[in-house]
Design a protein around this ligand. Structure first.
Ligand code: C2E
Ligand code: MG
Ligand code: MG
Length: 640
């Protein structure tokens, strides 16, 4: 049980349990003032001691001092003490320290009380006081766990010892609370965090198992949070998250679940923030799945109302996934994962949707959806990087440019090939933010290399169909060139034949505009599509990239060689430049040189390189000015 309440500056809450009035009075004297007793206070105290009746003393609060350090309550017996603790917990006014007399005849003794108090409040610091030396301390320690929250005080005690102990234990209690707050609560919204939620869910499942009841986990993810964060800034993003968390809280069955409140396994509902824009609700003891659905719908509706922040009004929606115990899992991890998975299914259907988990998600789609979920996070987690493969000018032996090739270094899957994740990124639309990032990063990198005097060439960026289909594709290219200050001539856009053919008229238009800007266009994987060269002329591309499949066998297979030669010659006739892809050996290189192929890239020269490795290659290039072309190429090949 994690329970946080109150303010750190609040007085230390102390409960004194002793059957003797004089002892309780002694505690009162010690704890009621921080300084020596003033004359007036002493008289008041004397008067109250003389005139107060015995029974009135059982639960009296000592009046506040000007600098009150302690708030003390008194009980004259074990049963009253247990009840006082129960009430204090219920009112979220928990005691920090309790002093319990060992022997309180004729009622139960101090250990009896300590055991029950501990069961009610796991955090309270318990001090057992006794006048007898025959008390078996090891027996008490066994019965009242944990040992580090149990202390002994020998009567007669010194006032300094009591005071110092109370202060020390009070501060220990507060420090523990601070630590718990950091470990278990989200600092932005004050809601329970993932750790606390996981604990709660495990406890709730145990309880549901014992009581044969059902529970639901609802996973919420805001649909457009990233856009708000990116365009309006993190301050506005934070404000939105706080407002959203309050809106959800207000809809919960037990009213507003304010932050840092007592949360127990028996709470009907727990709202937590998982991090980012993800929230999760645990709904205990539901009569039917519909109960969870109704809450999900209520949250979706409530979030659809515009959110007014201090400077902006924003619109947001949420996708919700629901997993049920016991139907969808019998442990916290499975339920949580299934709710998350259902949320992704919901999200794929469009904004503001709710989905229950079902096994088909698990069977066919789990791997794929988890993969998709991780890919969604890849950008934020800086898991995407660009590698650069040099393109050599075969006539001069210099580096003409680089092709930027995307790499995903996933924490979960290791290094993932673009061939494995780009199709999924295209299908889910993730290619749009990813492609934008690639374009910008590649331009920034080329600008840095140019500024450092390392290269005067181009960077080729692969663009997918979905990117090209965006109405603002051209505007995005213009923006990136302006922001990065890279001359348009240094950017090459690689598109595939099939991509251009999808919407010929529009493709022609885009190519025209890109070229007007000065950006060059390369036709990737050329030869694998079905386009006739005459049709290709309409697109006005600058370069053809002969697909690796033809280059691969050109030295062994006459047909492939003839095809490569034909492509190169046709390109020359049309005034197009040619790049041979996938050059892996010298025979291929010699044939390409014979045919006067302009550029080549492939493992023979270099694999795609990390930024430092590419830089190293470029530096070597600057040192080869005086060498012959063949020698220069040989030096650059051997360096990579
Ligand atoms: P691509 O554009 O045709 O890129 C050439 C691929 O051939 C790259 O694979 C490259 O590493 C590989 N390659 C280069 N030289 C050789 C060689 O000598 N032998 C062999 N066997 N392979 C060689 P990679 O990096 O795995 O990329 C695969 C495809 O993924 C790319 O094909 C491209 O279509 C796509 N891709 C890569 N980066 C991006 C990107 O940023 N955006 C988009 N939309 N697609 C990308
Ligand atoms: Mg390419
Ligand atoms: Mg290619």
């Amino acid at each position: 049980m994690v329970t946080l309440s109150g303010n750190l500056r609040e007085p230390i809450r102390v409960l004194i349990v002793d059957d003797e009035q004089t002892i309780r009075d002694a505690y009162a004297q010690i704890l009621s003032r921080p300084q020596e007793t003033s004359g007036k206070q002493a008289i008041n105290e004397m008067r109250s001691r003389l005139f107060r009746k015995q029974e009135e003393v059982t639960a009296q609060v000592v009046p506040a001092n000007s600098i009150e350090q302690f708030s003390v309550e008194y009980c004259s017996g074990a049963e009253a003490a247990v009840e006082a603790c129960r009430q204090a917990c219920a009112a979220n006014q928990r005691f920090n320290v309790v002093f319990i007399d060992m022997r309180m005849p004729p009622g139960p003794d101090g250990v009896w009380a300590a055991e029950r108090i501990r069961a009610i409040d796991g955090d309270i610091e318990i001090v057992v006081c006794t006048a007898f030396s025959d008390v078996d301390i090891s027996m008490i320690s066994q019965r009242v766990q944990p040992a580090e929250k149990l202390f002994y005080l020998q009567k007669p005690f010194s006032s300094h010892a009591v005071r110092a102990l109370t202060l020390a234990l009070g501060h220990k209690w507060a420090a523990h609370r601070r630590i718990a707050r950091l470990a278990y609560f989200d600092s932005l919204t004050g809601l329970p965090n993932r750790n606390l939620f996981n604990d709660q869910l495990s406890l709730a499942i145990d309880q549901a198992r014992a009581q044969h009841s059902k529970l639901a986990v609802l996973y919420f993810d805001l649909d457009n949070f990233k856009r708000v964060n990116d365009t309006l800034g993190h301050g506005v993003g934070d404000e939105l998250l706080c407002t959203v968390s309050k809106r959800i809280s207000n809809l919960l069955p037990n009213g507003e679940q304010s932050s840092h409140q007592q949360i127990t396994a028996s709470s009907k509902v727990t709202l937590a923030r998982m991090g980012g824009d993800e929230f999760v609700v645990l709904l205990n003891d539901i009569a039917s799945p519909e109960e969870a659905r109704m809450l999900a719908d209520k949250v979706v509706d409530a979030l659809q109302e515009p959110v007014t922040l201090s400077l902006h009004q924003v619109l947001t929606t949420t996708s919700v996934g629901i997993a049920l115990y016991p139907a969808n899992g019998d442990n916290a991890e499975d339920l949580f994962r299934h709710a998350d998975l259902a949320m992704y299914f919901a999200k794929r259907q469009g904004p503001g949707r709710v989905a229950y988990f079902n096994e088909t998600m698990n069977a066919g789609g789990l791997k794929r959806l988890t993969f998709e979920a991780r890919l969604r996070e890849a950008l934020d987690r800086n898991e995407l990087v660009l590698h650069y493969q040099p393109q050599f000018n075969l006539a001069t032996g210099t580096i003409a440019g680089f092709e930027a090739l995307l790499r995903w270094n996933s924490a979960e899957y290791g290094e993932v090939s673009p061939a494995d994740f780009i199709p999924l990124a295209e299908e889910t639309g993730l290619i749009l933010p990813i492609g934008q990032w690639v374009l910008k990063s590649a331009c920034e990198q080329m600008k840095r290399w140019r500024d450092a005097g390392l290269i005067n060439g181009h960077v080729a960026v692969n663009v997918s169909a979905l990117q090209l289909a965006q109405p603002d594709f051209l505007a995005a290219v213009v923006d990136v060139l302006r922001e990065t200050e890279l001359p348009a001539q240094c950017l090459e856009i690689e598109v595939t034949e099939s991509l251009l053919m999808q919407d010929e008229a529009r493709s022609v238009d885009i190519c025209k505009h890109l070229r007007a800007m000065g950006v060059t266009i390369a036709l990737d994987d050329f030869g694998t599509g079905y386009s006739s060269l005459s049709r290709l002329r309409r697109f006005a591309v600058d370069r053809l990239k002969i697909d690796r499949a033809f280059v691969q066998d050109m030295h062994a297979n006459l047909e492939d060689r003839t095809l490569c030669n034909a492509i190169i010659r046709m390109a020359q006739t049309l005034g197009l430049s040619v790049v041979a892809e996938g050059v892996e050996n010298f025979s291929q290189l010699l044939l390409l040189q014979e045919e006067k192929c302009e550029l080549a890239q492939g493992y023979l020269f270099s694999k795609p390189l990390t930024v430092p490795a590419a830089e190293e290659l470029l530096r070597r290039g600057t040192e080869t000015h005086d060498l012959s072309n063949t020698r220069r190429m040989a030096v650059l090949m051997s360096s990579s």
